[in-house]
Ligand binder design. Structure first.
Ligand code: PA5
Length: 463
């Protein structure tokens, strides 16, 4: 099971100025936290609460349906191309990077057990799109276009470019190479997919993009590249029992959330750094950045009072970012909480050969790269402790479907708890909608003409 060690945020370790008296704080907030957990679990099935993601670990029907599709298309495609952005891409990228063999797309078909390569297009850089199209044989590519709203301009414009090319390359058969993941009832993609006859997977109601990784948004790509989605579900189910516990002393999501909340509101530390000591986990912080930033960065609270709250998420990877960000973490402003993710057991034990024995690097010979990673992790932890910087450590036993799913699910639950502590709507994103509306106006979408000329004037000043 995923474990959290919070002792290095405690005042007994890092001092009263920067540390919290955790025992006291947990006791003081025990009732409030219990109420929040109870309330989230009571509201989770209620339409409009956007908490359906809390049920995804139990969605056996979707698992069955997704697995059936994956076995139906097995062996037919060399490539999976996911088109999506934000919550429709980041979970998929984080989990496939974590769980597939490293450099998956560079391996031979035999090394990949004849499973397809996987690519994510989550940007609209024309050079990048064109470059990827040079790499892919569209005849052997299954395109999975994912957009819950069904009309996100970035995703749909990519789709329009690629669909057009596919039709040219494949003729009428192109439809067999496209699947759509979108809302059940609403949106342009839903209509198009029906008209065109694409296979459709649905994003259930009341699940926002950044909480959708264990819906068909993530599960379809995962199953297509051979990941064990049932194991993910059992990981979630097992930790869910713990995360439903209303006693903060037994609930790591509640502890993680409360520490971040108090560090922000009592100790002026509103930056949350996520730093896995693992290259395979390197995109988990990207996913976390969106989860934290979009969920918690809000102008108004639930009473419509202006609050301008939020935590600023920062991504880092150990040991790489010891050589980029550690200086700042240790000696810059003491305004961050750093979360380390420690992997207890790597798949590989890699020996460092005993060479160059009589040089300054001779001490490395005979040890393992694993020893070095462990030494780097603890050295960073202790150096931050020496400098009274609060840190948390999440330990994941192994990087596999079971444990990675637990990690992501726990971070989702803690985000929901944090949203309740800040008393804000965790699940909307009005600040993103505003930009979308401006973009529609500039691109000439019907209904947005009014703001276009005023916008152009402002742009003239800016550029
Ligand atoms: O978390 C969110 O809701 C957003 O990041 C969305 O996932 C993102 O804007 C993409 O939206 P859609 O899936 O509708 O294309």
């Amino acid at each position: 099971m995923l474990r959290l060690n919070c002792k290095n945020s405690d005042c007994k370790i890092i001092g009263d100025v920067h540390g919290l008296n955790l025992e006291e704080e947990f006791n003081n907030s025990a009732e409030k936290i219990a109420d929040i957990i109870r309330s989230l679990n009571q509201r989770k099935d209620k339409p409009g609460e956007w908490l359906q993601w809390m049920n995804l670990g139990y969605n056996e029907e979707t698992i069955w349906y997704v697995k059936e599709f994956a076995s139906l298309v097995e062996g037919r495609f060399d490539n999976i191309l996911v088109l999506g952005i934000g919550g429709s891409a980041l979970g998929g990228m984080a989990v496939t990077e974590a769980l597939l063999k490293p450099y998956w797309n560079f391996l031979s078909p035999e090394q990949r057990n004849n499973l397809p390569r996987i690519f994510f297009l989550d940007n609209i850089d024309p050079d990048a799109i064109n470059g990827l199209l040079d790499v892919l044989d569209l005849k052997k590519t299954l395109v999975n276009v994912i957009t819950k709203s069904g009309d996100t301009a970035e995703t749909m414009s990519q789709f329009m470019v690629i669909k057009d090319l596919m039709e040219k390359v494949l003729g009428d058969d192109y439809r067999k190479n496209i699947i759509a993941t979108t809302d059940k009832k609403m949106g342009i993609l839903r209509q198009l997919a029906d008209q065109e006859g694409y296979k459709i997977f649905y994003v259930p109601d009341d699940i926002g993009g950044r909480f959708s990784v264990f819906s068909s948004v993530g599960l379809v790509p995962f199953a297509l590249v051979g990941l064990d989605i049932e194991k993910m579900m059992s990981g979630i189910k097992d930790i869910d029992l713990e995360l439903k516990n209303t006693d903060i002393h037994q609930n790591i999501a509640a502890q993680y959330a409360l520490i971040h909340y108090l560090m922000d509101t009592k100790k002026d530390k509103n930056i949350t750094v996520m730093m896995p000591y693992s290259a395979k986990l390197k995109y988990i912080p990207d996913w976390y950045v969106q989860l934290i930033a979009e969920s918690l960065g809000k102008r108004v609270n639930k009473n419509n009072e202006k609050v301008n709250v939020g935590l600023t998420p920062v991504k880092a990877v150990g040991a790489t970012d010891q050589h980029t960000q550690l200086q700042l973490m240790n000696e810059g402003p003491n305004n961050k909480v750093v979360t380390f993710i420690r992997v207890a057991e790597f798949d590989t034990i890699l020996k460092i050969p005993k060479i160059f024995e009589y040089t300054g690097i001779g001490y490395l010979g005979g040890k393992t790269i694993n020893d070095l990673m462990r030494a780097e992790t603890y050295s960073t932890m202790v150096s931050l402790e020496d400098n009274q910087r609060p840190t948390l450590t999440l330990t994941i036993d192994k990087i596999d479907e079971y444990h990675v799913a637990q990690l992501l699910y726990m971070l989702e639950v803690q985000t929901a708890i944090l949203g309740e502590l800040y008393n804000i709507n965790t699940f909307d994103q009005p600040g993103v909608e505003q930009v979308k509306n401006y973009m529609y106006a500039l691109m000439g979408r019907a209904g947005y003409e009014g703001s276009a000329s005023a916008l152009r004037e402002k742009m003239g000043i800016m550029i």
